[in-house]
Design a binder for this molecule. Sequence first.
Ligand SMILES: C[S@@+](CC[C@H](N)C(=O)[O-])C[C@H]1O[C@@H](n2cnc3c(N)ncnc32)[C@H](O)[C@@H]1O
Length: 327
Amino acid sequence: MTFEEMRKLASGYQPAKTFLAALRVGLFDALADGPKDSSALGRLTLCDARAIGIVADALTSVGILHKGEEGYSLSVESERYLVKGSKEYRGAVLEHIHASWEDWSDLEETLRTGSARCRRKSESLPKTDEALKNFIMGMENVTRDTAPKVAGRLPLADRERILDLGGGPGNYALAFLAEAPQAKVYHFDLPRVTPIARSFIEGKEGSERVEFISGDFLKDPLGGPYDFIWTSQILHMLPEAEVERMVVDLAKTLTQDGIFCVHEHFLDDAKDGPVPAAFFGVHMLAATPGGRAYSFAELEEMMRGAGLYKTERIDYGAKPRLLLGRR
Ligand SMILES: C[S@@+](CC[C@H](N)C(=O)[O-])C[C@H]1O[C@@H](n2cnc3c(N)ncnc32)[C@H](O)[C@@H]1O
């Protein structure tokens, strides 16, 4: 990497914070009904007009906003994804990213102590209801497009009892039901999350085949037997010993021909890439007491330890990848 590239890497926080702060003060909502100059934007967002103008110019420079004679305006994409109330609004996941800012600011201390002084230490979920909703609906924003794509790549057609562990909003549960016509999906999540998932899933196609299980997967019974177990983006929040125990416990709930599928930001076997998975590992270091990204090889070994000897890696062209395990 050249020094110029290093310098660029080091200043990566500047556009990120500019964008996230603008979202939080409602800059995009303020532009929903048409172009505005910085004075009008200042009034509507309760911000200083000079300051908001500087931010709007920066966002224009990267193409999130446009600027013309009538002032600043939304791009097609920012109107679609960043304005609250838009059908395709995806600000929840951006708010969730922003919520980790302080965890990242503590990274030096985390490096020294080895464990994040995580604000959520006693509980794995954000504390306030608003932050929790941003987290869960943030997952919805991210999985809306990928869930049907992933479901299409999985051997689901003859499955009857599917566990969606830490199911979050429920996009995967719904996508699986579309691929597995006789299946029932057991959506397992913490009691504070089940009502959010229920209200998202209810009324959607296949929702009558979803059963909600409220519980803590670290201590409550997991139910079963299941002929398909799906864990998506949950193992990384746990320390290695707990992941190992979880894989063993889940394998015990599998039917003889059952399939265990892990969906994660898997690292390559040397654990030095791909880049998004490597930095996701740092994110887990910063934001959880003991989580990290795991490599395919590590999970394969855990699966073998749990009696699942046939494994298959699947790259479906997104950042997360899949690992299937069978007896
Ligand atoms: C990163 S989200 C992933 C959601 C979904 N599987 C996905 O891929 O979009 C992690 C999920 O695990 C759930 N979760 C975290 N700790 C849990 C626990 N101890 N027991 C049950 N669910 C838990 C969270 O509520 C959340 O829905």
